[in-house]
Design a protein around this ligand. Structure first.
Ligand code: A3P
Length: 302
């Protein structure tokens, strides 16, 4: 089974989300809610784990109380899975929630109550690479036909939650208007303790270096991959089919080099420059100490 996308308020989105749009738009956010907002495949689940570990002061047992999507519900999919809207309403404060909605479509009560928003952005080449694999699993989206076809759909914003370019720019431009902490996947990968400390301060917590180190360890790729409460294995299989691919795929910076040809890379770069013209943010496409990935395509000498 594969789902269809629809256009809703100018963005492409899964039909099951568009159908429930009024309910999503009027989500009852409240004072003290924390919202983790991302474009898909940018490290959402990673930051969800980090936030839960910070709020629970590194207590591993408490953070294994239930799977990620139950601990930190997904605003757009409440009508599709547990916990549903009533259960989320009944959750005690401070609640932590997740969304992939672009900034202009975030349910307005989050802004009214000045909720803390943690945004995570990831470089577009790795985001696309991750999304291409993910869209083979996610049943509410159309199946990718080929890498080439998917690359063009991504650039046009014809994938779930629309244009990556507009999404990252939208939150970037609003970050000083609202209470938004803007993080990058590649920075967390390079220096996780540093970024975890930023999140801790943003959440008004004060944890020792020892606890921060424990949180960095528990939220590392290998630890999360082995943790059934953090690796998405408990996510409803009617939405995510993990029989062929796994949600915890590689968790690397630079895997895009195994997928882009030189020609695709040049075209992608030219389009990036056009779309991001005038925007001050900078992305990393590789990091120094990342385990060298095999360069199977045209990037042997990069
Ligand atoms: P890859 O497909 O490149 O491996 P999201 O949670 O936003 O859907 O993002 C999923 C991506 O984040 C996947 O990327 C996944 O492997 C990666 N990821 C999840 N937890 C991670 C961690 N602890 N460290 C590094 N990457 C992680």
């Amino acid at each position: 089974m594969s789902g269809k996308l629809q256009s809703m308020e100018g963005i492409r989105i899964a039909g099951v989300i568009a159908t429930n749009w009024q309910q999503i738009r009027t989500f009852q956010a409240r004072l003290g809610d924390v919202l983790i907002a991302t474009y898909p495949k940018s490290g959402t689940t990673w930051v969800q784990e980090i936030v839960d570990l910070i709020l629970n002061e590194g207590n591993e047992e408490i953070c294994r109380r239930s799977p990620t999507h139950e601990r930190i519900p997904f605003v757009e999919l409440l009508h599709l899975m547990k916990p549903g809207p009533e259960e989320v309403n009944a959750m005690p404060s401070p609640r932590v929630l997740k969304t992939h909605l672009p900034v202009q479509l975030v349910p307005p009560l989050f802004w009214k109550y000045k909720c803390k928003v943690i945004y995570v952005a990831r470089n577009p080449r790795d985001t696309l690479t991750s999304y291409f694999h993910f869209d083979h699993m996610v049943k509410i989206h159309p199946d990718p036909e080929s890498w080439e076809e998917y690359l063009h759909r991504f650039m046009k914003g014809d994938v779930g939650w629309g244009s990556w370019y507009d999404h990252v720019k939208g939150f970037w431009e609003q970050k000083d208007e609202h209470n938004i902490l803007y993080l990058f996947f590649e920075d967390i990968k390079r220096n996780s303790i540093n970024e975890i400390r930023k999140v801790m301060r943003f959440l008004d917590k004060d944890l020792s270096e020892e606890v921060l180190e424990k949180i960095a360890h528990l939220s590392s790729f290998n630890q999360m991959m082995e943790n059934p409460m953090a690796n998405y294995s408990a996510f409803p299989s009617d939405v995510l089919d993990q029989s062929q691919y796994k949600f915890m795929r590689k968790g690397k910076v630079g895997d895009w080099k195994n997928h882009f040809t030189v020609q695709q890379n040049e075209m992608f770069e030219a389009y990036y420059q056009q779309q991001m013209h005038g925007c001050t943010m900078k992305f990393r496409y590789e990091i120094e100490d990342e385990e060298a990935a095999p360069r199977t395509k045209a990037f042997q000498n990069m």
